[in-house]
Write a protein that binds this ligand. Structure first.
Ligand code: SAM
Length: 250
């Protein structure tokens, strides 16, 4: 597969996002000499970053065969120096059968995973004792543009929460009416799990890993303090919880 100029531009954008991801955890992430797994690696930007930052070995995994093929192509074309320490797998973590990892990463993926609770259980199994899971994701479904604009709702131009009202079934029916021929049957068909902030909060608390840090609305935006003040009001919490950044330890 030939990578297009558009693919390469997107990959370079994700490289910036990978650096930002690492910087969003208190104290960053020390990859030196570690065995690392990147769940939902996409084109591999964070996988390459971890290897470049001194990891002993990094495995990137993704359910998209197309993205894994692109990541392998980038590895061959652009990362000859780290080539022996990086590999990609077309797999979910539940299917992966590997030695335990010191560090597991997951960037911008948990809101796309069909069953994050099962993924968390697999993370628990795949971490070495004392190993850490660095998890950061969003926008969450009930946040502004939490459907990642995939429902393609005209009203969202004026109201970023336009996707939130109504049941999921109503939203799927409306989507199918506006996109003849696509015939999706759930939000999962659009690559979204549609889970609430409260669902993630519960799953993370129940996963059996120790919470080292937990932060909602991590961003360098000047409005974050205002958002967080309003988020303290229970009825606004779902709608103003945009992302979760947490470090969990086995
Ligand atoms: C928005 S992309 C993020 C890619 C990359 N982490 C980044 O930040 O550039 C989400 C990725 O999650 C992958 N994904 C969704 N469900 C998954 C699962 N159960 N296991 C592994 N990857 C999954 C998708 O194929 C997609 O590549």
């Amino acid at each position: 597969m030939e990578l297009t100029a558009k693919d390469l531009k997107y990959f370079e954008h994700r490289q910036d996002k990978a650096r930002e991801f690492v910087g969003r955890f208190p104290g960053g992430i020390d990859f030196t000499g570690k065995r690392v797994l990147d769940i939902g690696c996409g084109h591999g930007a964070l996988t390459f970053h971890a290897a470049g930052a001194g990891a002993k070995e990094v495995v990137g995994l993704d359910v998209s065969a197309k993205l894994i093929s692109m990541a392998n192509e980038l590895l061959d074309d652009r990362f000859a120096d780290i080539r022996p320490r990086v590999s990609f797998r077309h797999s979910t973590i539940e299917e992966l059968n590997e030695e335990p990892f010191d560090i597991i990463l997951s960037q911008a993926t948990f809101e796309h995973i069909d069953d994050p609770a099962s993924c968390l259980a697999a993370v628990n199994k795949s971490l070495a004792a004392g190993g850490r899971f660095y998890l950061g994701f969003g926008p969450l479904y009930n946040a502004p543009f939490g459907d990642h604009r995939r429902l393609n709702l005209p009203a969202q131009k004026y109201f970023p929460w336009a996707h939130v009202g109504g049941t999921h079934a109503q939203k799927i029916a409306s989507y199918n009416r506006r996109h003849p021929g696509e015939d999706i049957s759930s939000l999962n068909d659009l690559g979204l799990n549609g889970l609430d902030y409260a669902d993630y909060e519960r799953m993370i608390a129940a996963c059996g890993l120790k919470k080292i840090s937990y932060c909602v609305n991590t961003a360098a935006h000047p409005l974050v303090p205002v958002l967080n003040a309003l988020r303290a009001l229970p009825f606004l919490r779902e709608y103003l919880s945009i992302n979760i950044y947490t470090v969990l330890e086995k």
